[in-house]
Design a protein around this ligand. Structure first.
Ligand code: DX5
Ligand code: ZN
Length: 212
């Protein structure tokens, strides 16, 4: 079954001085998700924002809030992100000692659960959990920064995952533009995160170009 393509603009590339306007603008431009990159300066070599910022923009958007946690020991903060209004919480398989426990914790709050895999992490890392998760995030760059170059070897990973899990949501994140989007969609991805590509230009045109 072919899935509809959904677009998740990454707020990391927005103008932080105008966050409310930016959030409203990407919704008006046709996005379905808002991708929120939380970085702790430990799991990744960068610090971004946390639950309080997400909570402050939640009243201005009906988008699906898709929280990408790039933090060590995420269990400590799951309830904060639920309170902030997350609809999907995505944790890195590499960030938690007990991935299955983290998945169960997220599900206990009745939000959707995603698991992200760094470029070097094989699909085997989620072999025994795949039936319990809603989304797999295939990182197509090393996490931590926007504006990096897509790693082409990830296309095979996406294809393999689509064969293993025909119905799961496959999200891709990092270096996505209107050229790469064709490749990842053909490989089987159905949720496309894009930061610098969308926010440097006309949001509606950029979002449409990713879908077509
Ligand atoms: C990287 C983040 C991405 C990032 C994508 O660690 O997870 O979501 O914002 O930015 P672009 O689309 O510019 O590669
Ligand atoms: Zn991300």
């Amino acid at each position: 079954m072919k899935k509809n393509i959904k677009i998740a603009p990454s707020l990391l590339a927005a103008n932080f001085a105008l966050l409310k306007e930016e959030v409203v603008a990407v919704e008006d431009a046709g996005a379905e998700y808002l991708h929120l990159d939380v970085m702790d300066g430990h799991f990744v070599p960068n610090i971004s924002f946390g639950a309080s910022l997400i909570k402050s923009i939640r009243p201005y958007s009906n988008l699906i809030f898709d929280v990408h946690l790039m933090i060590d020991n995420p269990d400590r903060y799951i309830s904060d992100f639920v309170d902030a209004g997350a609809n999907i919480i995505c944790v890195h398989a590499e960030s938690t000692k007990h991935l299955n426990r983290t998945i169960q914790l997220i599900k206990s709050y009745n939000v959707k659960v995603g698991v992200a895999l760094n470029p070097s992490t094989p699909l085997e890392a989620i072999k025994y959990d795949i039936d319990n998760i809603d989304m797999v995030l295939i990182m197509t760059v090393n996490p931590g920064f926007g504006g990096q170059k897509f790693i082409p070897q990830m296309l095979n990973k996406i294809k393999k995952l689509r064969t293993i899990a025909p119905n799961i949501d496959i999200q891709v994140d990092g270096g996505i533009n209107n050229e790469i989007s064709k490749l990842v969609i053909n490989a089987g991805a159905n949720i496309l995160v894009a930061g610098s590509y969308i926010f440097n230009g006309n949001y509606k045109e950029k979002i449409n170009s990713l879908k077509s």
